[in-house]
Design a protein around this ligand. Structure first.
Ligand code: HEM
Ligand SMILES: *[C@@H]1O[C@H](CO)[C@@H](O)[C@H](O)[C@H]1NC(C)=O
Ligand SMILES: *[C@@H]1O[C@H](CO)[C@@H](O)[C@H](O)[C@H]1NC(C)=O
Ligand SMILES: *[C@@H]1O[C@H](CO)[C@@H](O)[C@H](O)[C@H]1NC(C)=O
Length: 494
C-alpha cells in the first residue's frame, strides 16, 4: 500500500515537473503547439511517424502572425525564429550573443566528433575558423578543381560503359561521387566508389553517416537525459569507425612528412597552417577532416540528387543549361574546361541556387551565450533569451514560404536571374546559413556541383523512367530531404 502511495506521489511530482518544463514558452508569452509529455514537438519524428521537414513546417505555419514560436526537442526548449530581420540580428548583428551551435554529444565522449569546427565554442571556435578559412578561398578552390575533375572521370567512364537495361538510383550514384570528392580533397585519398563499390573508405563513411534506430536512440538519450547518457558513456559512433579515420589521417600525415609529398588538398593546407605556427595537433587535424567529411557528404549528395531530379522533370531547364555548357566549352582552348570558365557560368549558378532553395538543409541552430532581449513590436511581450537556450533558423520552411517565394514548390531558376534576384527579400534565402558561422565549405560544395553537372550534361541527359516518382515521397527516416523509395532516373547519351 505504501509503495503504491509513493509511486502515485512520484508520478504526480514528475507530472508537475513536466508541466513546468512544457510551459517554459507560454510563461514567457511565446506561442507554442500542444505538447506531448517527454517527447516534445519531435516525438513523431523520433517515432518515424513524421518527417523532420513536416514537423518544422507545421510549427512554422502554426501561428502565421508570430515572429517566433516556442517548441521543445524532447525536454529542451527551443525557439524557432521566423522573422527575417530577427534572423539577421541573431546570426549577424548580435552574433556575439549566439556564437555557438547546439552540442548534442557532450565533450569527453567522442573527442574526434566533439572538437571540430562545427561543435567548437566561443574563442576556440573563432581561432579554428580563422585557421581553416584560408583553405577555402577561391585560390584554394582552383587547386581542388583538378582533384575533383579527376574523380569525376570515373563517373563519366561508368556512364559511358554501362548498359541501359537499368535506371540509376541518383542518391546512391551521387553519394559515391561526393564520397570520392571529399576523400581526395580532405583525406588525400583516391577512391573510385562507382567502379569499386565496396572500397573500405566508402563503407566506413556510409556506416558513419547512416543514422539507424540505435544511433537515433543514442542521440535522443543525450537530448532528454544528457547526464545519465554521459555517465554510461554511450557512443554515437562505433569506435571502429573513429579509429579508422584516426589511423588514416595519422598514416597520411606521417607519409607526407617523411617523404616530402605535396598534394594540393586540405591535409596539405592544414599541415602548412601548422608550419605557420598555428597550434594544430594531429588529433585536431583529424577532427577537422572528419567534419569536412560529415558536413560535406550528405549535404552535397542531396544537392546533386535533387538537381538531377529537377533537370529530368524540367527538360526545358536542362536544355537551356546544356546550351550554356556547349557555348562555354566552345570558348575553352582544346575544349578543356577551366576553373574560371566554369565559375563564370550564369545559368548553372541559377539552377544550383534554385535547387538549394527548394531542397536545402532543413534548419540550422544557435545557442544563446549571453542574455538577449528581443525588442517587442506591437503586442508582443518582452522576451529574454537566456544563455543555454537554443534557437532554430528554419531554412527550408522560409525558402518554401509563399510569402517570399511565389508558387514555392515550382522549380524555377528564373527566380535568380538578374532582374528577379533583386526582388528576393533579404534573409529569406540562406541555404548555407549566415553570419560568421555560415558554412565554411559552400565554395567547395558549389564547385563539386558545377564540375559534376557540367561534365555529365555535356554528354548525357537526365530523363525520367518508369520508377521515377512525381511528386516525390520524402522519407520519415532522416533529418533531411531524402527520397523515401530512392530516386530513379535514367542518364542517357545526348
Ligand atoms: C550543398 C552543400 C552544403 C550545404 C547545403 C551546407 C549547409 C550548411 C549549413 C546550413 C551550415 C550551418 C550554417 C549556419 O549555422 O549559419 C553549415 C555549416 C558548416 N558546413 Fe556546410 N553545407 C554544405 C557543404 C559543406 C561542405 C562541402 C563542407 C566541407 C568542408 C561543409 C562544412 C561545414 C562546416 C565545417 C560547417 C560549420 C561551420 C562553423 O560552425 O564555423 N559544408 N553548412
Ligand atoms: C600516430 O601513430 C604513431 C605510431 O603508431 C603514434 O606514435 C602517434 O601518437 C599517432 N598519432 C596520433 C595523432 O594518433
Ligand atoms: C587543360 O587545362 C589544365 C589547366 O587548367 C592543364 O593542366 C591541362 O594540361 C590542359 N589539358 C589539355 C588537354 O589541354
Ligand atoms: C547564388 O547563391 C550564391 C550564394 O549561395 C550567391 O553568391 C550567388 O550570387 C547566387 N547566384 C545567383 C545567380 O543568384
Amino acid at each position: 500500500m505504501l509503495c503504491l502511495i509513493l509511486f502515485v506521489l512520484l508520478v504526480i511530482l514528475l507530472l508537475i515537473k513536466l508541466s513546468k518544463t512544457y510551459s517554459y514558452w507560454t510563461e514567457r508569452g511565446v506561442k507554442q503547439r500542444k505538447q506531448t509529455y517527454l517527447l516534445g514537438d519531435n516525438g513523431k519524428v523520433f517515432l518515424k511517424k513524421e518527417s523532420f521537414f513536416d514537423m518544422i513546417t507545421s510549427i512554422y505555419n502554426a501561428f502565421p502572425e508570430e515572429r517566433y514560436i516556442g517548441m521543445y526537442q524532447g525536454l529542451l526548449p527551443t525557439l524557432v525564429i521566423k522573422d527575417p530581420d530577427l534572423i539577421k540580428n541573431i546570426a549577424i548583428k548580435d552574433f556575439d550573443h549566439f556564437t555557438d551551435h547546439q552540442q548534442v554529444i557532450p565533450n569527453g565522449i567522442d573527442d574526434v566528433w566533439a572538437k571540430n569546427l562545427l561543435t567548437l565554442k566561443g574563442d576556440y571556435w573563432r581561432q579554428m575558423r580563422a585557421t581553416l578559412s584560408p583553405s577555402f578561398t577561391s585560390v584554394k578552390m582552383k587547386m581542388m578543381f583538378t582533384l575533383i575533375a579527376e574523380t569525376l572521370k570515373f563517373y563519366e567512364d561508368y556512364l559511358k560503359k554501362r548498359d541501359h537495361t537499368e535506371s540509376i538510383e541518383l542518391k546512391d550514384f551521387f553519394t559515391r561521387f561526393t564520397n570520392d570528392a571529399i576523400a581526395t580533397v580532405a583525406f588525400g585519398l583516391k577512391c573510385d566508389s562507382i567502379n569499386n563499390k565496396d572500397n573500405e573508405f566508402y563503407l566506413m563513411g556510409k556506416d558513419a553517416t547512416n543514422f539507424g534506430l540505435k544511433r537515433n536512440l543514442a542521440v535522443f538519450a543525450y537530448l532528454i537525459m544528457p547526464k545519465i547518457a554521459s555517465f554510461f558513456n554511450i557512443k554515437i559512433f562505433p569506435t571502429k569507425i573513429t579509429n579508422f579515420f584516426k589511423n588514416l589521417i595519422n598514416k597520411t600525415i606521417r607519409m607526407r612528412e617523411e617523404n616530402d609529398i605535396i598534394r594540393p588538398d586540405m591535409i596539405h593546407l592544414l599541415l602548412e597552417a601548422k608550419k605557420d605556427g598555428f597550434e594544430l595537433s594531429d588529433e585536431t587535424i583529424t577532427s577537422q577532416a572528419v567534419i569536412f567529411f560529415f558536413a560535406g557528404f550528405e549535404s552535397v549528395a542531396t544537392l546533386l540528387t535533387f538537381m538531377g531530379y529537377e533537370l529530368a522533370i524540367n527538360p526545358e531547364v536542362q536544355e537551356k543549361l546544356q546550351k550554356e555548357i556547349d557555348e562555354t566549352l566552345k570558348e575553352c582552348e582544346n575544349r578543356n574546361l577551366t576553373y574560371d570558365a566554369l565559375t563564370k557560368m550564369k545559368y548553372l549558378d541559377m539552377v544550383i541556387n534554385e535547387t538549394l532553395r527548394k531542397w536545402p538543409t532543413l534548419a540550422t541552430d544557435r545557442v544563446c551565450t549571453k542574455y538577449y532581449k528581443i525588442e517587442p513590436i506591437q503586442n508582443e511581450k518582452d522576451i529574454i533569451i537566456q544563455p543555454g537556450d537554443v534557437v532554430w533558423l528554419p531554412i527550408a520552411a522560409i525558402q518554401r514560404d509563399p510569402k517570399y517565394f511565389e508558387n514555392p514548390d515550382k522549380f524555377d531558376p528564373e527566380r535568380f536571374n538578374e532582374k528577379n534576384k533583386e526582388k528576393i527579400k533579404p534573409f529569406t534565402y540562406f541555404p548555407f546559413g549566415l553570419g560568421p558561422r555560415t558554412c565554411i565549405g559552400s565554395r567547395l560544395a558549389l564547385l563539386e556541383a558545377k564540375i559534376a553537372f557540367f561534365n555529365i550534361l555535356k554528354d548525357f541527359n537526365f530523363v525520367p523512367c518508369e520508377k521515377t516518382e512525381i511528386p516525390l515521397k520524402i522519407s520519415k527516416d532522416s533529418f533531411g530531404f531524402v527520397p523515401q523509395n530512392g530516386l530513379w532516373i535514367d542518364i542517357k547519351p545526348r
